[in-house]
Design a protein around this ligand. Structure first.
Ligand SMILES: Cc1cc2nc3c(=O)[nH]c(=O)nc-3n(C[C@H](O)[C@H](O)[C@H](O)COP(=O)(O)O)c2cc1C
Length: 456
């Protein structure tokens, strides 16, 4: 079986991680509402909507990476191995391969594009959005210097007929387009919808020195080279196993209002964005459109696997007592948590806070905790902050640093970054106060025996 979105959905189903919704749902808000309703703090099942009103023969899927467990499935590892698997695989760059024969992504070809909204069940996610959006579209373009393909996830607003507004603020695609525009040329691009989630993760990663391209990385993360096929109307290769491909070009010198759109920050955000003119749409029979609901746990998980992995590695190299890094849910990686060994002194923690806040562009608040705290459980982190931190002693404040574009509290592009030392250091005057309450292991095992499979 090919490694693609459909094989991932089958695997989710086998493991009881897929909720199949047969009831009719409307693209207006109902898809978002179901995707949000099934989530708890640690995530929830992926959902497949097989009956979308006005879209017979089309399905929508979402929450594919809405738990660390599902992210581990996508990378073929256990939850505890997520960070190290990402770090190991990110340099396992695999050259893409040519797909042999007719590609699934091109089973149906539409080269006289009608209104895109009549073809694609793109949701209207939230009240206050400017229109229907696609949130898991991977924009693909050619690096003008190396000709390698590269990609990124970029939100896409359906703007009528064959036009899409693209929020294009991040590299590498924003850089390529800037270059094409300087020469006054359109830039050929494709959008792949419905990729394997490991490929989606690769699209979101910040390119590091030593990584050839995100397509190479996608092969490494998915555990097989990305199969590519020649696009139908543009001079580019596109993923052969996607559900849907849009082929077209970004128009030079054209900007239009795009949004407002309820973003992964939890707020509406509008921009003046480039326009993609879609020249052809190709898709599988009965295509599945995958979506990422904004401000959901999925964005937290995607960002925390790669940002957390990268940050941990850099910090651990500088201060070996740095044990792990995570981000608080809902914080869009603005709020990080760092676990340190007991051997790291208070002054080293200060240095660590300065390093972390400067190394990671998005990181705005960082909480440093001891080894006994489960940093993937926000209750534990907030407990440590509430009981081990004293503002007059443990606060680090860095002012006038560069802000992040979708943080609404940024003023004149600048923010204040804060570090909280929420550790109970052995050298502290009151260290004996920090003995955690515990239960004997046998009693915990006995409780599990008594309760059996009962869930509460
Ligand atoms: C769920 C999700 C949505 C994203 N949406 C956008 C977007 O609309 N526009 C954009 O420029 N970047 C967006 N990004 C970021 C890029 O896909 C990608 O992370 C970026 O190219 C990495 O570049 P960096 O080096 O700036 O981190 C999104 C990332 C994620 C995980």
């Amino acid at each position: 079986m090919e490694v693609d979105l459909r094989s991932f959905l089958s695997e989710l189903k086998k493991r009881g991680e897929l909720l199949e919704v047969g009831e009719e749902v409307d693209t207006h808000f109902e898809i978002t509402a179901v995707l949000k309703e099934v989530l708890g703090e640690q995530g929830g099942p992926a959902v497949l909507f097989g009956n979308v009103r006005d879209y017979p023969g089309r399905s929508v899927t979402g929450n594919l990476l809405a738990s660390r467990k599902k992210m581990a499935m996508a990378l073929g590892c256990e939850v505890e191995e997520l960070r190290d698997t990402y770090i190991k695989k990110r340099f396992e760059s695999l050259d893409p391969v040519m797909w042999d024969g007719p590609a699934p992504a091109q089973e149906i070809v539409v080269d006289n594009v009608p209104d895109l909204l009549s073809l694609l069940p793109a949701p209207f996610f939230h009240q206050g959005d400017a229109g229907h959006y696609m949130t898991a579209g991977v924009l693909i373009g050619k690096d003008p210097l190396t000709n390698e393909l590269n990609m990124g996830i970029h939100r896409l607003q359906l703007k009528g007929k064959n036009r899409l507004g693209i929020f294009l603020s991040n590299p590498p695609l924003s850089d390529y387009f800037h270059r094409a525009e300087q020469e006054g040329k359109p830039m050929q691009v494709a959008v792949a919808l419905g990729l394997h989630p490991a490929e989606l993760l690769a699209a979101a990663v910040s390119l590091k020195q030593g990584m050839k391209s995100k397509v190479h990385l996608a092969g490494g993360l998915a555990g097989r080279p990305v199969p590519l096929v020649k696009a139908k109307v543009i001079d580019m290769m596109v993923p052969a196993l996607a559900e849907i491909i849009l082929e077209g070009q970004l128009l030079p010198g054209v900007r239009e209002d795009e949004g407002p759109f309820g973003e992964s920050s939890g707020y509406y955000f509008k921009a003046v964005s480039p326009i993609m003119e879609v020249q052809a749409v190709t898709y599988r029979k009965e295509p599945i459109l995958s979506v990422i609901p904004p401000w959901g746990i999925e964005t937290d998980i995607i960002l925390s696997v790669f940002s957390g992995g990268e940050l941990w590695q850099e910090l651990h190299r500088l201060i070996p007592g740095v044990l792990d890094v995570s981000f608080l849910p809902g914080s869009l990686t603005f709020q990080g948590v760092i676990k340190v060994a007991k051997s790291v002194s208070r002054t080293e923690i200060r240095r660590l806070i300065h390093l972390a806040l400067n190394l990671d562009r998005r990181l705005k608040h960082v909480i440093v905790v001891d080894e006994d705290v489960d940093i993937h459980n926000s209750r534990e982190v907030l407990w440590a902050l509430g009981t081990r931190f004293q503002g007059s002693r443990d606060l680090v404040c860095l002012q006038e640093l560069e802000g992040y574009v979708i943080d609404p509290s940024t003023e004149d592009g600048k923010i204040t970054k804060i570090g909280f030392d929420a550790t109970a250091r052995p050298e502290g005057p009151y260290s004996s106060r920090y003995e955690r309450i515990t239960l004997p292991r046998e009693s915990v095992l006995r409780a599990r025996e008594i309760l059996g499979n009962r869930h509460f």
